[in-house]
Ligand binder design. Structure first.
Ligand code: PMP
Length: 451
């Protein structure tokens, strides 16, 4: 198998950076201007993580296409890191959203849409009761608070190299067999070992040992890891997770913010998971800030049995704008018209096609790489076999190589999400979009190995 020649890649990278600068003159001007008023020159810090020597400024984003201020058009396989999994400005919800904007945005009153949405979430994901937030981060924060309240236990358990939003307790990794703060963690309120236990994904024995002392309120889990690359669960892992959490009285929270790519009912429905709580955000409102958490019958009963808890005011499980009429209308339209069963039936074969294209290029060019898929999302690894947990996945991370593959794609009209080597399909993605990526990936891998 051929290895990547770093010197060769660095030479190609210089050429790609020049090509990028030549094609993005207006973006460069805007970035230089922005450095004088925006922190780091961007509205959100991670926007500088894109490959290239400055960020591309967007002009418009419609369906699976983005156009930048220099007039370059892209097939968008990043889709707002799942926030735009619906496709950009999807016609199935923009009309409803525009109409709701004229009829009132936020009122402190429930709307009929909320009832429809509660019923639909119940149907899709199985949990009986739902409440709303504006982000997935908040859904996770609220779920954790509830779990602590009803169990009276202090800690939470997460997987090594998980990501669940900016939730303080989750910024923890394993170091020398102990919980340590995640590298670069900004201003943690308390040391993470006070709040958090970390285990590797797919290690049922480690999970059993960690839950045994009985001080863990909840396990917060993605059904498959997606934020350190796609790491799939091994065949019996979810059974063990459910059994061990039940046995130890630990609440199981499943976060489907990314794994909704598995199907219309997420991995929860596809794999028959049976969580006590469920969280999701990002795409469910077609990009209008929306998040939600669902609770089981038993969790709901224990919440309201807990009479010392003030869920309305100081409980930290609310937000003035949460559950607003605009967000509820957007979720309803998204679930009713955009992220439908039929849409998934189109998106998943497209992800298979993308995977086949990447796989064929890897084989043809003899690279020791692999590609993994979860429903409508797929991702390549710079390792010959896919990692089985977060620790292995973090060790396989290759920033330099990823920056090269991403910039190569961007320069040829394909956007990949900056933190992942992943592609996500939307209901408006086409076979031609996927084939463009396959061609570009073949050209890139062939150049890389000197073909
Ligand atoms: N949960 C998961 C699994 C995520 O991947 C993310 C964001 N990448 C979040 C929660 C947080 O989403 P948000 O930043 O929109 O709150």
């Amino acid at each position: 198998m051929s290895k990547v020649d770093r010197a060769r890649m660095q030479g190609l990278m210089k050429r790609e950076e020049q090509r990028f600068r030549d094609a993005h003159k207006r973006s460069k001007e805007l970035f230089e201007r922005a450095t004088k008023s925006l922190l780091g020159g961007v509205p959100m810090s991670w926007m500088v993580e894109w490959p290239g020597t400055f960020p591309v400024f967007m002009e418009s984003a419609v369906a699976a296409r983005v156009t930048d201020v220099d007039g370059n058009a892209y097939v968008d396989l990043c889709l707002g890191d799942t926030g735009a999994m619906t496709g950009h400005a999807p016609s199935g919800s923009t009309g409803v959203i525009a109409e709701q904007l004229r009829r009132g945005i936020t009122t402190m009153l429930p709307s009929e849409d909320a009832v429809w949405v509660g019923e639909e979430l119940q149907r899709r994901f199985g949990l009986p009761y739902w409440n709303f937030t504006l982000t997935a981060t908040d859904a996770n924060r609220f779920a954790i608070r509830i779990a602590r309240q009803i169990t009276g236990r202090p800690k939470i358990l997460v997987y090594n190299y998980c990501y669940h939003g900016t939730v303080d307790e989750t910024f923890a990794t394993i170091g020398d067999g102990r919980t340590i703060t995640r590298k670069g963690n900004v201003g943690p309120p308390v040391p993470v070992e006070v709040t958090t236990v970390v285990v590797e994904f797919n290690d049922a024995e480690a999970l059993a040992r960690a839950l045994e002392p009985g001080d863990v309120a909840c396990v917060l889990a993605e059904p498959a890891l997606t934020n350190i690359g796609i790491v799939l669960p091994e065949p019996d892992y979810h059974d063990a997770l459910r059994e061990l959490t039940r046995k130890t009285g630990t609440i199981l929270i499943i976060d489907e913010t990314h794994t909704i790519c598995t199907g219309p009912g997420g991995a929860t429905r596809a794999w028959g998971l049976d969580p006590d709580m469920f969280t999701i955000g990002k795409p469910i409102g077609s990009g209008i800030p929306s998040g939600t958490y669902g609770v089981s019958e038993e969790v709901a009963r224990r919440m309201f049995d807990s009479t010392d808890a003030d869920y309305y005011d100081v409980g930290g499980i609310g937000g003035t704008l949460a559950g607003n009429a605009l967000s509820m209308a957007a979720i309803r339209a998204t679930l009713e018209n955009v992220l439908t069963e039929e849409a998934f039936a189109r998106m998943i074969p497209l992800a298979e096609r993308w995977t086949d294209g990447v796989h064929a290029a890897i084989e043809r060019n003899g690279l020791p790489w692999e590609v993994q898929r979860l429903g409508a999302r797929a991702e390549y690894w710079f390792t010959p076999t896919p990692p089985r947990n977060g620790g292995e996945a973090a060790a396989a991370d290759d920033r330099e190589l990823a920056a090269f593959t991403h910039l190569y794609a961007l320069n040829r009209g394909v956007l990949l999400t900056p933190f992942h080597n992943a592609a996500l399909m939307s209901p408006s993605t086409t076979q031609e979009d996927v084939d463009l990526h396959s061609e570009v990936f073949e050209e890139m891998t062939s150049e890389l190995v000197g073909g």
